[in-house]
Design a protein around this ligand. Structure first.
Ligand code: ADP
Ligand code: ASP
Ligand code: MG
Length: 404
């Protein structure tokens, strides 16, 4: 008997009809002789709606209370799915993340999993049940409810697959697998049969919403086989696996777009040692993740520093940065929410040159201005104007011949 972990995303359980359809699929898999642990996201736009409710009250909600609120979304979908499975004549029990012993660090809204005590899941499985687990949540050692960041149900699934030593972790979603670009933005995008952990990690970190980046970190570290498939249509999907030689021959495997970041600029920062360290220490102490950073020397005695953060962290970042700017004697702070970051990713970049010039050339041809640039071994990212992001993805995708 094999143990399989499956995960169904929000749109796959978006209404009762879909929940019933997913229940049938799960039951069929169980009747093939498998043990099943199923992770579920909140129904459709539930989490967005909960966030909006909080925003109607305050732009700076307590992160503890936000976690209390957001964790409720998944409790609705897991219980309904368990009921739908009962209707199909199988035994199923639903649990919240805290109930099944998913223990995290105390950082609300971006908690990391520290440990999973699988005793309860194993016991319930042994009694012939399908186990349904609420995605994206756990609890601290002290019993506080935490969530893992938007899209974090993927992390619950991969971490459970590792902890339970499952044969495979199947991620069911609303696309047929992982594509060379978001098919909603780039209609010519091509489905990949295989992708390496490193490539999907970069694509996900750079905004390809299809997988949560930390789920891939866990998958890579423990070599968990992950398959991404459509929740209704049959097909082989995309296998996420270790890098192999065939993959290296492909220079660029995908293009990603992130429209969820904002740029913060600190003007006229005194140009002397220790100033940047002081500013970014304040940001780090507030547990805010900074993405790209650039420094521009404008005149001899000062520089401008720009960096990007998640839009959801912008208000908190501005509070911290304005204070730090005053401390170091910088002139003023501004922000720009109208930006987009477009990235090309491919393990073949390690051994091939010319990717940057080709990418910049594609943007130039389409008269798209580059505001910031950053690179890693297998990735190049450019920040462009917010209303040019999608056009940039299509232009770059075409330039690298990634389409069908
Ligand atoms: P779920 O609710 O199942 O977790 P998500 O909305 O989080 O689904 O992720 C699936 C979506 O990710 C797709 O509908 C697609 O628009 C988007 N996406 C972005 N980049 C890619 C890509 N490279 N390949 C496939 N889908 C992508
Ligand atoms: N429901 C959460 C979200 O919308 C987690 C997830 O769907 O993975 O972000
Ligand atoms: Mg998702």
């Amino acid at each position: 008997m094999s143990l399989i972990v499956q995960k169904y995303g929000g749109s796959s359980v978006g209404n009762v009809t879909r929940i019933k359809r997913v229940a049938k699929k799960i039951v069929a898999k169980k009747r093939e002789g498998n043990q099943l642990v199923v992770v579920v996201s909140a129904m459709a736009d539930t989490t967005d709606d909960l966030v909006s409710l909080a925003e109607e009250i305050t732009q700076r909600p307590s992160e503890r209370e936000l976690d209390m609120l957001l964790a409720t979304g998944e409790q609705v979908s897991v219980s309904l799915l368990a009921m739908a499975i009962h209707q199909e004549g199988e035994k199923a029990v639903s649990f919240t993340g805290p109930q099944v012993g998913i223990i995290t660090d105390p950082f609300h809204t971006k908690a990391r999993i520290l440990d999973i005590n699988t005793d309860r899941i194993r016991e319930v499985l042994r009694r012939g049940n399908i186990v349904i687990v609420a995605g994206f949540q756990g609890k601290t050692e002290g019993g506080e409810i935490t969530t893992f960041g938007r899209g974090g149900s993927d992390l619950t699934a991969v971490a459970l697959a590792k902890a339970l030593q499952a044969k495979v972790c199947e991620i069911y979603t609303d696309v047929d697998g992982i594509y060379t670009a978001d098919p909603r933005i780039c209609p010519s995008a091509r489905k990949l049969d295989q992708v390496s952990y490193d490539e999907i990690l970069e694509l996900a970190s750079m905004g390809a919403q299809v997988m949560h980046s930390r789920s891939i970190e866990v998958g890579k570290k423990f070599n968990v086989p992950i398959v991404v498939k459509h929740s209704v249509r049959n097909g082989k999907g995309t296998l996420i696996t270790k890098e192999n030689r065939k993959m290296e021959e492909v220079v660029v495997s995908g293009v990603a777009l992130n429209q969820n970041e904002a740029k913060v600029t600190i003007f006229k920062v005194p140009d002397k040692p220790g100033v940047a360290a002081k500013i970014f220490k304040r940001i780090a102490d507030a547990h805010i993740n900074v993405d790209m950073i650039i420094q521009n020397k404008t005149e001899t005695k000062s520089t401008d520093i720009s960096f990007t953060v998640a839009k959801s962290a912008l208000h908190r970042s501005l509070d911290v940065v304005r204070k730090a700017a005053r401390e170091v004697g910088a002139q003023h702070v501004s922000c720009d929410q109208n930006i987009a970051k477009v990235s090309v990713v491919g393990v073949g970049m390690r051994s091939h040159s010319g990717v940057a010039s080709k990418m910049f050339g594609a943007l130039a041809k389409n008269r798209i201005n580059i505001e910031m640039i950053s690179t890693s071994e297998i990735k190049i990212s450019c920040v462009v104007g917010g209303n040019r992001g999608k056009a940039a993805v299509r232009a770059i995708h075409k330039e690298f011949g990634l389409g069908k």
